[in-house]
Every structure is written in C-alpha cells, then in structure tokens.
Design a binder for this molecule. Sequence first.
Ligand SMILES: [Zn+2]
Length: 411
Amino acid sequence: MRPIKGDLKLMKALNRTAILQLFHSKGTLTRVEIAKLANLTPTTVSSQVDGLVNEGFLDELGKTDSNSVGRKAIKLEITRSKGYIIVVCLSAQSFTCSLVNFHGEIIEEIHSPSKAGNKSACDFIEDGIPRLMKIAKVKKIEKIKGISVVSPGIIDEQNGVIKFSRVLEIHDLQIKKILEDKYKFNIEVINDMNASVFAEHYYGLNNVYKNLLYISIEEGIGSGIIINEQIYSGFNGSAGEIGHTCVDPDGITCSCGNKGCIETILTIPFILLRAQEAAQAASDAVVPENFDDVISMYEQGAEWIQPIMEQALQVMSQTFALLFNFLSPEILIVNGWPTRSEKFVQEMKKKLEEFPFPTPNSSSRIVFKKLEHNQMIIGAAIWLFQGLFSGTLFSKRHTSLDEEFLNHLEK
Ligand SMILES: [Zn+2]
C-alpha cells in the first residue's frame, strides 16, 4: 500500500476537524496541548490554529503560565459570539427553535406545542426561524452558519428527509429541500437519538468513551450508536430500531402491526394500558389515570402492578444483555421513564447483577441518566458545526473518507 500523500485539502480538513473536536471535548487548550493531544506537529497546529482564529472560529483568551520553558502560553477556545447555528427540534412533547453559538451554548429559544403531521412541522419551521432571529436580534444573516433539524424516526440524512416518524405522524417530509429554497445556509436533518449520543460522546460522562450506546425508553424506544467515535446509522438510517423485536409471539399487537414487540412491554402507552386493566381486575385498586400514577403506585408497592413491572425488568435486562453481547459497548446510557423511578432503577441494578452477562462487568457499564432537552439541541448544533469543517456530516464522514482514501489508493 502506497502512503497517502498530496491531498493537502483533505489533510487540512481532517486536521481542522480533529482540532475542533478536541476543543468541543476539552473546552480551552493551548497550542502545545493541541499538538500533544492531536498528535500533530507544532508547525501544523500553529498554521491551523492561526487560520481558525483569523476566520473567527477560535478566540485567544489571554496568557497562562507555562511551567516548561517559562514562557506564557495562550489559551484558546471556540468563539462564543462570531457565529451561530439554528437548531429546530421536533419532539412528541414540543417543537423548539434555538439559536446556539459555536461553543454549544443556547442563546435564545422559542417553543410551541407539538402537533402531528407534515404541515404542522413545516408551519412551525417556516414561522419559527424568522421569529427566532427577530427575538435574538440577529441582524447580520451571515452570522448564521447552518440549520440543524432534529426529529425522531427514520431519517435520510444524506438527502435531509424525515422519511417516517410515527409519533409525529410525518411521512416523507423533504425538509432540507424546503429550507434550501428559502435559505442559503448549510442544512442538516438528524435523528434525535443520534444527536443525543453525539452530545454524550462530547460532553457527557467525561467524554472518554469511543464506543457507546444510548437507549431511550419512553413513548417509544429509540437508540443511538457510536462505534469507534463514529455515529452508526445503518442502511437507510434505520439502525437501532430494537423496540420492534418480538419477545412474546402471543403478546399484544404493537403499533407496527406485529405481536409482542419489546415496545409492547417496555413503553409508557402499553404499560399504562396494562396497568389500567390490571387495576380494574383487582378488587380494591385505584385505576391509574396517567403514567405518573403508575409510577407512584409501583413505588408504594401496589401488588397488582408488580407482575407488569417484573416483566418489564425481565425484558429490559434481556434486551441490555443482547446489546452487550452483540456490540460490546464501553458504556450503555439508558434514559426515559425508568429514570423517573428510583425503585425501578434499584431493582434493575439488582437484576443486572444477577443476570448472567457473558462479558465480565457488563452491568457496571450501564448508566441510568435523565435526558436533558438541551443536550439534544447542543448535539445537533455541534454536529453541524463540525460537519462544516470536514466537508461531510459526522455520520457520513467514515464512508465519505473511505471513498476518498480508496480513490487515492487507486491512483
Ligand atoms: Zn412493533
């Protein structure tokens, strides 16, 4: 194999991306620290960093003591005021439109209740973006470097299409094209779980993990996968749909049409329905009106609800074991309704310890963590920001670069 030489543009893009990734995970850095962490020569770091400062992406923060040679080293950070990204976040709970700076800080935000259907999402986006810019007093349009749209469901990231979202009742929404006809910005459409796992990779849990899984168990089940520091979206962006795996062939009919999917045992609508049926069948039980009631009755030890939660514990632990056996992530982050019940988390931990994971210490690599709404937004903003430098979107970078490398090797 011949060494890859010559394509300075590609190497420059790779180095710039590597440097910015370091800033997003470490905060502030000196040129010497960058050289050490990115394994680049001081000359390369100097020229790249000077370029990023001149273009307004990095700010110099003044001087800091450098104990090695007695000179003053300059700390740098990603700028907070020279450019912004707009993030439109569509979720079952609400629609939000946020102005985020390159540093990953939300400057301004507008909210609207979530409504189903393609038209509702389009109406919110078309009205929300100009309204947000007005509220945030963004006068210079060139300060906006891109729009990132986050949505649950199956996303065609290559073409910027929300192919299907059951919770939002969206079908084949060509959102990138709609926005490109209006704005000259870079536009990306990202799956919500990918945005979350991306944010976890950079900001959560001290960003030490290169292989992580993120699973959200709420109204539905979603997951995000990072393998070797790259988002894995799978064929047609549909990786991670573990919720529609059958675990009970005689079970309840799922929203997908199959019977006994994991979602029919672990998600809120199904647990609530089964809890209401069980309460009605029990002689002295109060029928829960909503899922909060289910959680509090479970925490208070209502007997009629125990079999439902026992089954949830069993199926959840089997699902986690399957994920560990198949992908062996360094860490599995779980969020959603289980984090709302301390009793459930404790029971789950006990179950995992008893569960015969074939890989040692698997159960200690599962973390229950509440999802912060901001995290998904920041993940989507940083994703687009980093994509601006590499010339490709984070999830596509691996494939795109492989093609580039292949072309080089064929020459
Ligand atoms: Zn299903």
